[in-house]
Design a protein around this ligand. Structure first.
Ligand SMILES: [Cu+2]
Length: 117
């Protein structure tokens, strides 16, 4: 099989898989500046995990990404997240809500780890 064909089939499969998995899941993906070490990361993670609406948290220092998945039907206001992260001493560059699951985002970031392969 040609490499391009193989890749497009793989990505089509991935798309189907991720859309079916992510049906009810909402992930809040944030771009955060100022996270320089594992302590920064775990401080943020701890804060975000303290919300009742938080299902899981992902922090990637390398990609400056902080993401959290919400429990079904629950939410955390952008302003709340923004002020929590700002108060902790970091800068929120972007907040977006995506239907991608946290696991899928984690895999995506991992794939990008060294400029992709
Ligand atoms: Cu630090």
């Amino acid at each position: 099989m040609k490499r391009t064909t193989c890749l497009s089939i793989a990505s089509a499969l991935l798309l189907v898989l991720s859309t079916s998995l992510a049906q009810a899941a909402t992930t809040i993906r944030m771009q955060v500046d100022g996270l320089v070490c594992a302590f920064c990361g775990s401080a943020i993670e701890k804060k975000l995990r303290s919300h009742a609406a938080t299902d899981d948290v992902l922090v990637s220092l390398e990609h400056k990404v902080v993401a959290l998945s919400l429990k079904d039907g629950q939410d955390i206001a952008d302003d709340t997240l923004r002020s929590q992260i700002t108060d902790a001493g970091y800068q929120v560059k972007k907040i977006e809500r995506v239907s991608q699951s946290l696991d899928s985002l984690r895999a995506e970031l991992k794939g990008k780890a060294h400029g992709g392969r």
